[in-house]
Structure formats: structure tokens, C-alpha cells
Write a protein that binds this ligand. Sequence first.
Ligand SMILES: C[S@@+](CC[C@H](N)C(=O)[O-])C[C@H]1O[C@@H](n2cnc3c(N)ncnc32)[C@H](O)[C@@H]1O
Length: 503
Amino acid sequence: MVRLRLATWLHASPPPTPTSTNPDCIKQNLKPTPEPPASSLEKKHRHQKYQAAEADTNMGRAMPVNKAAPTSLPGMPPSKIVALAQKISTETEKVDIYFRGKGIQTPSFDVDMPGDFPKMPDEISTSRREIIHATRELQDLMVGPRESVRWMAWDFMNTQSLQLLNHYGIANLVPLDGTITIEQLQAKTSLDPINLTRLLRHAMANRLFQEPKPGVIAHTAASKLLAVDGDLQAWVGFNGEEVYPGSAHVVDALRQHPEATSLHHTGFNYAFDTVGKEPMFVTLGKDPRRAQRMAKAMASLTGGEGYELSYLTDGGDGCDLSEVDARGGTLVDLGGSHGFACVHLARKYRNMKFVVQDLPATVASAPDPACADDAQVSQRVRFQAHDFFKEQVVKGADVYFFRWILHNYSRPYAVQLLRNLIPALKPGARIVINDHCLREPGVENPWDERLMRSMDLVMMTLLNAQEREERDFVQLFEQAGDGFVFKVSFSSPLPLSLAPYLF
Ligand SMILES: C[S@@+](CC[C@H](N)C(=O)[O-])C[C@H]1O[C@@H](n2cnc3c(N)ncnc32)[C@H](O)[C@@H]1O
């Protein structure tokens, strides 16, 4: 049997002591220094100390800082990596002081910790983001270019262990406030013990589940969420079982259809054998279990930070509908699902009327009344089955609203959606688009940038669709017809905001 050994500087075994015969030393071009003889007990102790320090970092506890260590050479500004480390330290202290002042527990993945950060004042949220960005950058710099690329190619393994554990419902089989042995756990699933163990141990590297004693499994705060949050389960299921297979087939789709505009020739179509037959929405719509999972996954996404409906009403002057409200005008929400956006708007605008249009099956399952706790709102929100690829049937409305719709379609389809409105438009009618809006590369903070660029690729995988920049939106309208006037675009000052566009 051959034992393979990975480069030790990337994982939690003791760092190599450079000696002239040590292969790690040769690989890393370290200058060998004579190694003092160490007893096996000393070596074991050194290893344990290293692991303890690693564990301290992992569990979010403070590690002792060597105060005496110089952070820059005299007369020279600190290097990039030291500047990042200093920023992390400064901003972390601000968050820590805030937490202590409020009596909030220091962040950790302990099973009893809440799944989300508490709502914090803007300046503390800013500190949190700074820490996230700086730690990521420092990590990247420390890992280095070659190793970054090497292991980026394995990112999908995180999806794999997550998807499989979620598929087999393992989180629900682990007690929420106790432990279970792997044998007991295995008896509850059809996974064999070896596969169950290797999946769990991979997931543990991502802080999902923990093994307090060998062979004994318990939850972390993250794995517990997979047991108690149905929408998060659906999010993992949808991404693991619909997007992930589709993603593996994008190369087939692009090789056969490099123009990448058709809803029937996507990675998803290749993965699920529906090439040239039907778009993803139709495939999922035929299977209530998959359709419901996608709906719940979307609820999980849009329930997250930055996607709050409040941005629609409190996000700036651009989406102020007071004037429409004053004359009791009408808003049509195309692809409005179960009407939650209209209900939110109707709570603020008490005179407007709302028409929520969607496919018949969605309309049939919409809540009735639309708003359980406000009859005045329910009276003004009505549902209507309407295919937005057909001519608009509500003529002369004041506002036509697309929320999370245009990004589902490549340019030919998106232009068609706008053209279908033209016969219904009265002078002065507004079209409001609420979608991601990509900015120039590097303008967005790194967290948002990665999310939005990933969302862009998800849209490509499933629907040959895309996220757009402001000029892309403008071009859609230019192609759809004359007479559209671009009025204003705005985004919320907070991250992850959706940017409504008003035409
Ligand atoms: C991504 S969801 C957006 C839902 C909602 N606007 C929101 O803000 O969450 C897309 C919606 O478009 C609907 N849809 C898909 N094809 C449609 C069509 N041809 N006509 C009308 N609605 C459609 C779907 O049923 C779904 O509710």
C-alpha cells in the first residue's frame, strides 16, 4: 500500500521542521537548519500544541498574540499582508466590543448559537464585512496562486458532501441537543457505514456536524439549521440536485449551441434529457415535489440578508409610488408568484390596486385572502392567470412590475416580454424592474461580487439567462421599441441589494 502525503503547509498537521532529508523541505525550498534531537514524547507534545492552537482558531477563541513581534520595518509602511492582518484585528475588536456591550455571545459554530448574525448598527455591519473581505484576501495571499487554482477545481466537493448528506436527511437523524454514534446513525439510513462516515468527515471540514469523540456525531450550529430550516434544506436540494448536475453539462450545451440563448438548450436540459423539448420551469412544474423545492429554495434565498422587500418601499426616491397611490392607480406584477411583493406594497400604499399575474398553477395555489392580517390590503390585491409571453391583458395600468423575472431570460426573450407590454401602455406608464444589476468588475465589494457573478452563472446553467449591467437593461428597452424613456436607477446603500430600474 502506498501512502500519499499532501503538502503539509495547507492542512492541520504539524509544520515540517526543515532538515536536509525532509522532503517537505526540498519541496518548499526551505533552508535546512540542524534539528535538535527530540524525544518521541516531545514530538507528540509539539503536535498536540499545534493542534490546540489550530482548534482555538477554529472555535473562534482568541489566540495569544505575540505583542513583541514587529509589524513593519523601521521607516517603511506595513506590507499588504500585515496591513490586512491589522485591519482584521482593528475591525474584529470593534465587533467584539459591540457584542460584549450588548451581552451577545462571541460568534461560534457551537450548536446552541443562532444561525444568523444579529441585526447590528451600520458601522458594526461594515466592520463585519471588512473582516470577511480582509480575511479572504489574506487567506488567498497565503495560499498562493498555484494552490488556489489547484483547490478551486475541487470546490464542487463541498457541494457533493452537502448534497448527499441533505439528500439522505442525515441532519434530521442527529439529535438536536445530543449525540449519536455512527453505527446508530447508519442503522437509520441506507448509506453504508463507510460512505456515511466519509461524507460526514468531509462535511465536518466545513463546520457541518462535529465528532466530539471518535465515532460519535453531534450537530454544529450550521448542521442544525439543515435539520430545522426547511427552506434551507430546499435551497441545498435545489442547488445540489438541479443546478449542480446542470452545471456539469454547460460545456455540452455551449459546444452544441454556442449562441447560448435558447431556453431548451441549457446545461440543465442536457443534464435532464430535455434538450429541445422544454424549459426548466416546465420540467419542474410537472413534478410537484421539485416545483415546491424550487419555490422554497427561492424563499430561502430571498429571505436572506439584502433581499428584504423593504428595499422596494424604503430604498430611495426612485421607487416612490405616492403619486400613483394618490390617484388610486394600478400596478401589475408580472410573474408575481404568490403576491408577497404586492402585499408589501399595498401595506404602504393604501389606495393603489394590484394585479398579480402568474401561470395558472401558481395562481391556483396563491393564498386566499392575499393578506391574512389586513383585509383592506387583500381587497386591493387580485390574482390573474396570464402568460407573460402573450400580449398584456391589463390595459392602461400605471405601473408594470418585473421582480426577478428579466434575469431568467436571454436577450431575445427579455425583449419579447417588454414588447408584449406595448399595446397596453398608456402615456406615462412606468415599467419597474427589480433585479440584480451588475456593476463594473471590482466596484462591488468582494462578497457581493462573488454572489452576483455566481448568480449570473446559475442563470446561464439553468436558462441560458443572465444578470445584467445598467447598459444591458437600457439596450433591452431600445430593442423592444421606441418611446421608452430611462428615468432613474438606484440601489440601496446596503449590500446585496436589488436594484430597481424605472423606465
Ligand atoms: C423567479 S420567480 C419570481 C417571483 C416573484 N416575482 C418574486 O419576486 O419572487 C419567477 C416567476 O415567474 C413565473 N413565470 C414563469 N413563466 C411564466 C410565464 N410564462 N408567465 C407568467 N409567469 C411566469 C413563475 O411561476 C415564478 O412565479
